[in-house]
Design a protein around this ligand. Structure first.
Ligand code: PEP
Length: 255
């Protein structure tokens, strides 16, 4: 992390876990443990938990995010949720392009880009996820894959809008597998993302972007990963469901 130039951000991604009652319990347990955090703390929760999460974290330093949003403001999209709907509730962040959305729900770079622009228009801060498959890493095309995702996902996003975007580097082979990228691998790709942003925008704009690592980050490996210059935080899946583990990662990011 380089806290002198950008914000450190630890975000939980609860995925399809926790009912509203359980969400209240978990956030009530997390809040006192992270109240001294010297980093941004976010919980991205299922749509049905958002209202409870916003109420439970009122007056705390925990911000609330959603796990997706549609690109249209409203319309005939049964089952979808729009960015203005989230904004009106008090949601601040939204995870977009998570590999599980890409893998199971046909999400493409084009739809991630449309969702990103819709989120920005509504005043939400997108956490845009990119990452290579194991096969792509083995074929030595990680950088090509990441550059393509960054270019397409951020197509037509201005330098001004980039200030409200967090990028999460999540190697797909490390998500939910217990297989973490080494700190060196995470740093290498996060630095590559920053260099790509510098080419697309300018070096100062790229320097200011928070780039998280995600993929089996936990209380045991957070210190080492967050010790790297270009790893500005974490997007945490499994470990965000256990108050003590999530709080330990927040503590590591607060150093
Ligand atoms: C995630 O869901 O974004 C994630 C990184 O999951 P996990 O920490 O469980 O690998």
């Amino acid at each position: 992390m380089n806290k002198a130039v950008r914000k450190a951000v630890i975000a939980g991604n609860w995925k399809m876990n926790k009912t509203p009652k359980e969400a209240k319990e978990l956030l009530s347990a997390v809040a006192p443990l992270v109240k001294e955090a010297d980093c941004e703390v976010i919980a991205c929760v299922p749509f049905v938990d958002l209202q409870t999460a916003i109420e439970t974290t009122d007056g705390t330093n925990i911000k609330i995010g959603a796990e997706n949003c549609h690109w249209a403001e409203s319309g005939a999209f049964t089952g979808e949720i729009s960015a203005p709907m989230l904004k009106e509730m008090g949601v601040e962040y939204v995870v977009l392009g998570h590999s599980e959305r890409r893998q199971y729900f046909g999400e493409t770079d084009e739809t991630v880009n449309k969702r990103t622009k819709a989120a920005l228009r509504a005043g939400l801060k997108p956490i845009v996820c990119v990452g290579e498959l194991l096969w792509e890493r083995e074929c030595n095309i990680t950088e090509e894959v990441i550059a393509r995702q960054i270019k397409l996902d951020l197509w037509d996003v201005s330098a001004e809008e980039l200030k409200n975007i967090i990028i999460a580097y999540e190697p797909v082979w490390a998500i939910g597998t217990g297989k973490t990228a080494t700190a060196e691998q995470a740093e290498e790709v996060c630095a590559f993302i920053r260099a790509t942003l510098a080419k697309l925008y300018d070096p100062a704009a790229a320097e200011a972007v928070t780039i998280q690592y995600g993929g089996s980050m936990n209380d045991g490996n957070a210190d080492e990963l967050l010790g790297k210059t270009n790893v500005d935080g974490g997007l945490i899946g499994g470990a965000s469901l256990v108050a003590e583990k999530f709080a330990a990662i927040v503590k590591a990011a607060s150093k």
